[in-house]
Design a binder for this molecule. Structure first.
Ligand code: ADP
Ligand code: ASP
Ligand code: MG
Length: 443
């Protein structure tokens, strides 16, 4: 079994959907995971925001505009009047469902149902397209098997069991289409795996189905050595270990959802990042293999808050760090980076929802300082001891940029620094110029 996930741009127009249909040909069994068409989830977020504010006329105008966009897709995608009618009826159902939200109380539950419409639409439209072209396939509802628990973590055992139940209904089928991103939560309600979550869906489905390979088809030829949206002259990396890819995804490489490498790593399933616009390009293979000896890539994660706790008295006494960590645990707020000295502990979080409560509790231990608008810049590679010199190259490149924290030694594949977000572009550019040995694409 193979899992093939196509992102928003890859299914973003009638023409792109046609390309996807040609990329999934072949007899070997496949589960194809689709995102919403590009722009749709953003539009749904905007519709939800408008509904929260009770601006119903504005919400209706946004819904109508999105509906019109989809009518155009239907016009371009299908050739027969029958399929056009079937698809337009489907659109009417989904968009009337959205319009109904303007008449009800709007809460987080309704918001999640709104956000789910993008993937429900893209998969249904694609399934109709396959039907029109005589390609046998089955549309699997992700809401029947994809589930998160009360801690918002995927319930791997449930997913594996229910996916088998769904697949077993179609013993002769080899091509399955399903939605990325959407799931049910512990209360059985519609929920999602957070923005960019279709990658995570693909990896969870791959692990659940014991797949041979997970392919993530997107709009770029693999994981680049630096953020191509910010830095010129980046190049794709042919091979990454699971740990290296997980660090890059977690620390901001948008091509992969932050958690999406973990399920594949646990089942040792190779992940390939491929380009829908350039299917012949080599892309990136992520596997257990670790090619040592070099700095591979840089990623940056914005929206970081740094918290420093200063205490002359208790600090570094045993039990102190545990008390600090317990505060974060109580508020279910993960810590990304941590550094200690004799008189202070600094750590970072990316979720500041409970920041005020956390600070109030930490103040019991000492003086607390908070710095917002920070960015973690994470350099990934194989930093085993004998490769001395990597640190020097990194800090030489960053010599003009004030560093708030430095973290090294937590794993063999990551050196991270914390900087003001205002210095991010300069930091990524300087690192690009200063730390990579290779300068040509795919060298
Ligand atoms: P999809 O809709 O297919 O999921 P995304 O927009 O989520 O696509 O991810 C692909 C985008 O990620 C690329 O177009 C690129 O701009 C961005 N990106 C950020 N960092 C990297 C990186 N290190 N390598 C490749 N792409 C990256
Ligand atoms: N459609 C969702 C989003 O835009 C999920 C995804 O594309 O992966 O975030
Ligand atoms: Mg994505």
């Amino acid at each position: 079994m193979r899992i093939l996930k196509f992102g928003g741009t890859s299914v973003g127009s009638a023409e792109r959907m046609r390309s996807v249909a040609s990329l999934i040909q072949g007899d070997e069994p496949k589960i194809v995971v689709l995102s919403a068409m590009s722009g749709t989830t953003n539009a749904l977020v905007q519709i939800a925001e408008t509904l929260y504010q009770n601006k119903n006329a504005e919400a209706n105008a946004l819904i109508d505009a999105l509906h019109d966009k989809y009518k155009q897709v239907v016009e371009e995608l299908y050739t027969t009047a029958e399929k056009k009618k079937q698809a337009n009826d489907l659109l009417t159902n989904h968009f009337d469902h959205l319009r109904a939200f303007t008449r009800d109380l709007f809460t987080v539950h309704e918001e999640r149902a709104v956000l789910a419409q993008g993937e429900l639409l893209s998969t249904a439209l694609f399934q109709f397209f396959l039907e029109e072209n005589g390609i046998p396939s089955v549309l699997l509802p992700a809401l029947n098997f994809m589930k998160i628990d009360e801690n918002e973590e995927p319930d791997a055992a449930y997913i594996a069991k229910q996916l088998q139940v769904e697949l077993a209904k179609y013993p002769d089928a080899t091509l399955f289409i399903t939605q990325g991103y959407i799931c049910r939560n512990a209360f059985g309600e519609i929920d999602n795996l957070k923005r960019g979550g279709s990658d995570y869906s693909a990896s969870l489905i791959g692990a659940a189905a014991d797949a041979d390979e997970i392919q993530i088809w997107t709009d770029i030829d693999g994981m680049h050595n630096n953020d191509p949206r910010i830095v010129k002259g980046t190049y794709p990396i042919a091979q990454l270990s699971f740990d290296e890819a997980a660090e890059l995804a977690y620390f901001g490489a948008k091509i992969l959802h932050p958690s999406s490498v973990t399920p594949a790593k646990q089942k040792n399933i190779p992940v390939r990042l491929l380009n829908t616009m350039e299917p012949e390009a080599r892309g990136t293979t992520i596997s257990a293999e670790r090619i040592g000896g070099s700095i591979k890539a840089v990623a940056a994660k914005d929206g970081i808050t740094a918290i420093k706790i200063k205490s002359g008295r208790m600090l570094l006494a045993y039990g102190f760090l545990r008390s600090v960590f317990e505060v974060f645990e109580r508020y279910k707020t993960p810590i990304d980076m941590i550094t200690t000295s004799e008189v202070a502990v600094s750590l970072t979080i990316d979720n500041d929802r409970f920041l005020d409560e956390i600070v109030a509790e930490l103040e019991k231990f000492g003086q607390v300082e908070v710095d917002r608008d920070q960015t973690i810049v994470c350099v990934v590679g194989d930093f085993i001891a004998k490769n001395s010199g990597s640190g020097l190259r990194i800090f030489q490149a960053l010599k003009d940029i004030p560093l708030r924290m430095i973290s090294f030694g937590g794993s063999r594949s990551n050196i991270s620094v914390l900087i003001d977000t205002g210095n991010k572009v300069e930091a990524l550019t300087k690192l690009n110029e200063g730390i990579f040995e290779r300068t040509t694409p795919n060298a």
